[in-house]
Design a binder for this molecule. Structure first.
Ligand SMILES: [Fe+2]
Length: 297
């Protein structure tokens, strides 16, 4: 069973303990998360000119829309403002900045009516981030930029948190993916041919849980949760921000969610930097994690 905790006051250690058991947390917008969303809206408005970004898809050729996102998304991801704002968001939600590492925030879109579901606006099939070389102690943060509804958010398939799913993660190595497939996302407008880990058996999509936070509200969950992009039938493009954190004590001690079915190799740990000073994740921890992943397969 998964519970959704709303505006919980438990400390971060307790929260991570609960996240690693499959619980989900949701919070109202904080000053910094509202600022992050405000900043995202500025960049989005600039990119879309006078158009309403949530409905512009209906007036634009899909290639033009994909090209706009291919320019907008990296500008957000690598913007220095994000490196200032993210640690503030993370601190406001109770994490210790000297212990917590984060990766770059992504700006995601989910277009309505199957307009663009590949490449730069990929509609994620059910997956665990841990199939993509994410560490088992990874915590995922998800923040809507505008109002969202159940028809354009993401879904958790909570029954699978501790149940294995046959999947393609054994063919995935993060280092290999970085060297080859990642750069080509914007080219996949009509379909995505890149081999990504996906379920290799039928999945019961029900029961599922959809959380609908307010704009700037923050949903926090384990990277081991099986989750997917819901088919967007809302008539509006959904814009959201997500990023990931790890606590270095968890990385050192191996505390995290159980691994029920991931067989990928490599690790994303080198993408994480410390909130307090943007220092890199210690290389020996990344190497230790990689060796453990190799030993599993
Ligand atoms: Fe994911």
């Amino acid at each position: 069973m998964t519970s959704v905790f709303s505006n919980s006051r438990v400390d971060d250690d307790t929260r991570r303990h609960l996240l690693f058991q499959g619980e989900v947390f949701v919070y109202s917008a904080s000053p910094a998360s509202a600022e992050l969303v405000g900043f995202a809206r500025e960049l989005i408005a600039e990119a879309f000119g006078g158009r309403d970004p949530e409905t512009a898809q209906f007036d634009m050729a899909v290639e033009e829309f994909a090209a706009l996102l291919a320019d907008l998304k990296p500008r957000f991801i690598h913007h220095p403002r994000c490196k200032e704002l993210l640690p503030r968001v993370i601190e406001e939600f109770g994490c210790t900045l000297g212990q917590t590492y984060f990766d770059v925030p992504r700006l995601r879109t989910s277009t309505s009516n199957d307009y663009l579901t590949s490449g730069i606006s990929y509609a994620f099939h059910p997956h665990r981030d841990c199939w993509y070389s994410a560490p088992f102690n990874q915590v995922n943060w998800w923040i809507p930029v505008y109002d969202v509804v159940p028809e354009n958010v993401m879904a958790f398939h909570t029954g699978y948190f501790d149940q294995p799913v046959r999947n393609g993660s054994a063919r995935y190595d993060y280092g290999e993916w970085n060297r080859t497939s990642r750069q080509t996302a914007a080219q996949h407008v009509r379909g995505d041919t890149r081999d990504q880990p996906r379920p290799e058996e039928p999945i019961d999509l029900e029961p599922q849980v959809r959380v609908v936070p307010e704009p700037g509200g923050v949903m926090i969950f384990s990277g081991a949760q099986l989750h997917s992009t819901v088919p967007n039938t809302s008539g509006r493009t959904r814009f959201s921000i997500d990023f990931r954190t790890v606590d270095i004590d968890d990385v050192r001690s191996g505390r995290g969610a159980p691994n029920v079915d991931a067989e990928c190799t490599g690790t994303t740990l080198r993408d994480f930097v410390r909130c307090s000073d943007l220092d890199a994740m210690p290389e020996e921890l990344a190497q230790r994690y990689e060796s453990a992943a190799l030993a599993r397969v």
